[in-house]
Design a protein around this ligand. Structure first.
Ligand code: ATR
Length: 281
């Protein structure tokens, strides 16, 4: 750090568990960029002051996590089209005093899926389990990849129906909602099954949103959860001859996109992953 160091950070409540500072500072070190990235515990009451501070201090980039992804949108100068469609911002770029909101969660997930498990998504039948905020970002980003069909299922089917209806209409892609009753049949046909719910997350490591043996051999089983790195859903699907794709890559690539938006340089993804994995031990 010196008097040219450019500041970055992540805000959330809670925030002390975040692995973003380790990942991003490792990225700066690896690329030789003179940047420093910190975690800020910001509550709903201090969000406005924080954004004023970003402007005053010239903080170049901010990642935004729970519970601020929606409310922060009102405090920015511009919202990128993708973030507006998803209805949430997880990355702020300070472009010479103009604060622009992006969402890199969905595209980060898709880049991870393509790099690590399913090189092509075009024409594929995808089943998405869950219809919350995470699901929305992912379905939006998946639609840009021209899959053949996306079926959203959810414990509360009305939420899946709302999500499908609000994102429908692009490029002849079949986007539909389905009740959990037909989940077994759907999973048996799907090329990719994605868990976006918290079922299976630590400490509930013995739970699974979908029995892994419902998937067909060779299908991709994907889980947004990265604690544990391999959920019960993924372990069971692997026994069935499926390709397992865990959630760590989504975390890495959402950060990689943020890094690229801030610096204009390719993110050192391998080093970022190494840093996070070491911190998770
Ligand atoms: P996120 O931003 O992580 O997506 P969210 O918006 O609260 O969080 O959505 C959580 C999702 O996980 C929802 O799809 C939720 O189902 P409901 O809409 O029926 O509540 C799903 N979910 C959470 N716990 C679940 C459980 N025990 N069984 C099935 N689905 C669950």
């Amino acid at each position: 750090m010196d008097s040219h160091t450019v500041l970055y950070g992540v805000i959330g409540d809670p925030i002390r568990h975040s692995k973003s500072p380790i990942m991003m500072n490792r990225a700066f070190l690896e690329t030789g960029i003179n940047g420093a990235y910190a975690a800020f515990h910001i509550t709903e009451d201090t969000l406005g002051d924080f954004i004023r501070g970003v402007r005053a201090m010239g903080i170049r980039g901010v990642n935004v996590t729970i519970p601020h992804k929606l409310r922060v949108m009102d405090l920015l100068d511009e919202i990128h089209e993708g973030a507006r469609a998803i209805g949430a911002v997880n990355t702020i770029v300070n472009d010479n005093g103009r604060l622009i909101g992006y969402n890199t969660d969905g595209i980060g997930y898709v880049r991870s899926l393509k790099e690590e498990a399913a090189p092509s998504i075009e024409g594929k039948h995808i089943v998405v389990v869950g219809a919350g905020g995470a699901s929305r970002g992912i379905v939006y980003a998946l639609l840009q990849e021209k899959p053949g069909r996306i079926t959203i299922t959810n414990r509360t089917v009305a939420r899946a129906e709302e999500l499908a209806a609000s994102l429908a209409g692009g490029g002849g892609i079949r986007l539909e909602a389905s009740s959990s009753d037909s989940l077994e049949e759907l999973c048996g046909e799907a090329d990719i099954v994605i868990n976006t719910t918290s079922v299976g997350m630590f400490p509930q490591v013995d739970q699974s949103p979908v029995p892994g043996h419902w998937l067909k051999r060779g299908a991709v089983a994907s889980d947004l959860i990265y604690n544990p790195l391999k959920t019960k859903f993924l372990r069971d699907a692997e026994l069935q001859g499926c390709i397992a794709h865990g959630g760590l890559g989504m975390f890495i690539y959402q950060g990689a996109y943020a890094f690229e938006y801030w610096t204009g340089q390719p993110a050192p993804v391998a080093a970022m992953r190494e840093g996070v994995l070491a911190a998770l031990q």
